[in-house]
Write a protein that binds this ligand. Sequence first.
Ligand code: MBD
Ligand code: FE
Length: 257
Amino acid sequence: MADEARINAVVSDIVDGVRAALFKHDVTFDEYRVALAFLLDAFEKNDVPLLMDVFFNTTIVKIEGKLMGGSKPSLEGPYYLENAAVVTDRLPMRDEDQHHTAMQLRGRVTGMDGRPLARATIDVWHSTPEGRYSGIHDGIPPHYYRGKIVTDADGRYNVRSIMPIPYQIPNEGPTGALLTAMGRHSWRPAHVHYKISAPGMHTHISQAYFEGGAYVEDDCCEDVCEEHVVAEKVEDGVRIVEVDFVIPKATEKAQAA
Ligand code: MBD
Ligand code: FE
């Protein structure tokens, strides 16, 4: 539990920051009412998680990365499912998707000491070739494009799937309306999600993006960092997505800020 002094310091600074912005732009009473109505609407329509994902979740993720050390983390996003099956060589997919551009997810997981992390679980998940998520969006059974990979004795993983495409976050709700009102779009670049867990280790959540892909420079969630953009590499027509992870122990905080 955070102590009273910390709560007071953080909340007071947030309030000061908001007040400074209101003064700076001479925000009117009418605009204040619009903001209040927007917040009530977002709560009522369960759109607050998306609103937080778009504007603040990335910030918290960056802070966590700074405190923990190791590989930089990413947003988890709303579409992780806990009970994916263990996969060995390929993620399950619909027959009609087999012809899409293949990608090979591979790399190595080590601890901060550089030693391999054997038998770590890497949950991977990504969108279909239409930019939808299995088990979330209509008509796509939950086991497609998801799986738990277990690293080998040398910390390595290697699994085949097909390329995801850029993805538009749900934009029919208040958050989408706000982005539109701001002149912003609601697209994310094509991405693969990772969640790595092992006993005693910090649970590391990341995403990989594709060099040169649409929206890599303009993610509506502002999550992309250079370290997560995978250089273009193709072997026998298969896009190679090689990502290594350095994972701290759960107790291993690099340095307090
Ligand atoms: C996604 O697929 C996603 O990855 C994020 C961060 C937000 C909304 C949808
Ligand atoms: Fe996603």
